[in-house]
Design a protein around this ligand. Structure first.
Ligand code: GLU
Length: 469
């Protein structure tokens, strides 16, 4: 059997981080089994769909690197097939026409609520097993089609994550599968599409668990093989509450903008609700080799930004310097510098190794590298204090540096050490004013290394400027 999974988003918003995780699990599971991962766009709710949302979902999947197999299936285009199955069910006596109108249903619901009872359709139009005749259909009413849910016994969803989940007769209504306007309902469409697409494993959020019970009724009525269901617990915020906007970023696009790398996001999302022992960091090949449903947890996972940052930092270090420079370049533009010159990009590429280990995200990396592109226009409090205290050493330092011919960190360091010996000063008196002059603050990489990257001329210019300040 070829494993076939699918991701079935409704194009009503961004690719939510929970959706991205669902897509990832389906992707990993299919790849693990050498199967196929398909994409189906559930675009039947025309009032809520938008092309923008559809594009955002595709973009999100593409950014995450989750490539799907074959053509995208658009649910709306399959409407005729959904209707055909509804008609087949009526023909086989598994579903029936219901003439109760929407207004009548609303009245019945209101009456039940007034009595404090849960509303349920009274099955007025359901064919009776004892052959009792049904009322005569009213003229001018378009019927809906309802499926006959079992009146006794249980419907069991055998879930690979949740275990056996039982739905008794009270939990299952005679669900409308085709509305009176002739449009198929959500659960019918999902079952027919999953069946026709040959889906073997349905991996999705556990907010769909109740739907699985309803969908089982349709599978059983059609006599179709039931896929393996795996309902994964939703993602919660760091405080344990259901993930919402107030926890911060909820869409993949936002994470991309925040400077997270797609490979870090894949690694992080894979660990959100699934585990492989204590392994926190693993590459795509390992994720594919290891991913099974047995180790998907039953309790909701919590977003943990510290962990995400830690994982991102790991992948940041693995990226080539030129790529990182290119990614942070747009973050380093200013009003007066709307486009980086070739030499500036080259400087950034050379700068990356000295700042790479100081950043967890791309914006942090950009900030750590910023001083290379822009000489300080002011000195912060600590830098001013350092200049105040030891700025008097800058003239001798400059003389020593002018004499350095082979401009590299080792040679710069050697010349400063020599200067320290000759003048009886400590390196701790020479380096701080230099750092202040170069960076404008007391942060940043090793001073000789920073000067090597910056180049002799620029370094000397900055030290001279600070000496005059
Ligand atoms: N379209 C549904 C959603 O976006 C998913 C349905 C399913 O996976 O069966 O929540």
């Amino acid at each position: 059997m070829t494993v076939i999974t699918r991701f079935a988003p409704s194009p009503t918003g961004m690719l939510h981080i929970g959706g991205a995780r669902t897509a990832l699990f389906n992707y990993l599971f299919a790849r693990h089994h050498g199967g196929r991962f398909k994409l189906r766009i559930e675009d039947t709710d025309t009032a809520r769909n938008s092309d923008e949302a559809y594009q955002a979902i595709l973009k999100g999947l593409n950014w995450l690197g989750l490539s799907y197999d074959g053509d995208v299936v658009y649910q709306r285009e399959r409407e005729e097939r959904h209707k055909e199955v509804a008609a087949m069910l009526v023909q086989q006596g598994k579903a029936y026409h219901c003439y109760t109108t929407a207004e009548e249903l609303a009245e019945q619901r209101a009456a039940a609520e007034a009595k404090g009872e849960a509303f349920r359709y009274d099955r007025k139009w359901r064919p009776q097993s004892d052959g009792t005749a049904l009322p005569t259909p009213p003229a001018g009413v378009n019927p809906s089609i309802r499926i006959m849910a079992p009146l006794e016994g249980e419907v069991v969803v055998r879930d690979a994550v949740q275990g056996d989940v039982c739905f008794g007769p009270d939990a299952l209504d005679d669900l409308v599968i085709l509305r009176s306007d002739g449009t198929p309902t959500y659960n019918l469409a999902v079952v027919v599409d999953d069946h026709d697409m040959g889906v073997t494993h349905v991996i999705r959020g556990d907010d769909h668990l109740n739907n699985a019970g309803r969908q089982m009724v349709i599978y059983e009525a059609m006599g179709w093989d039931v896929p393996v269901f795996a309902h994964i617990p939703l993602i919660h915020g760091p405080d344990g509450a259901k993930l919402s906007k107030r926890h911060g970023a909820t869409s993949t696009t936002e994470y991309a903008h925040m400077g997270y790398l797609p490979e870090a996001m894949r690694n992080y999302l894979a660990r959100l609700g699934w585990s492989h022992g204590d392994d926190e960091i693993f590459d795509d090949a390992q994720a594919i080799a290891w991913f099974t449903l047995e180790h998907v947890g039953q309790s909701p996972s919590r977003l943990d930004f510290a962990k995400l940052n830690h994982i991102n930092a790991h992948y940041l270090r693995l990226r080539p310097d030129a790529e990182l420079a290119e990614m942070i370049a747009p973050m380093l533009l200013t009003a007066g510098n709307a486009r980086l010159m070739e030499a500036e990009v080259a400087l950034l590429v050379r700068a990356i190794p000295s700042v790479k280990t100081k950043a967890q995200t791309l914006p942090e990396l950009a900030e750590a590298a910023r001083f290379y592109l822009y000489a300080p226009t002011a000195y912060d409090e600590k830098a001013s204090a350092a200049l105040e205290k030891n700025g008097g050493n800058l003239p001798v330092i400059l003389t020593a540096l002018h004499a350095v011919t082979d401009w590299n960190a080792d040679a710069i360091k050697a010349s400063l050490t020599e200067l320290a010996t000759a003048t009886g000063k400590k390196l701790g008196e020479l380096m701080p004013p230099m750092r202040a002059a170069l960076v404008g603050s007391m942060s940043g990489p090793d001073v000789p290394l920073a000067m090597e990257v910056l180049g002799k001329e620029a370094s000397i210019t900055r030290l001279e400027a600070a000496g005059k300040a």
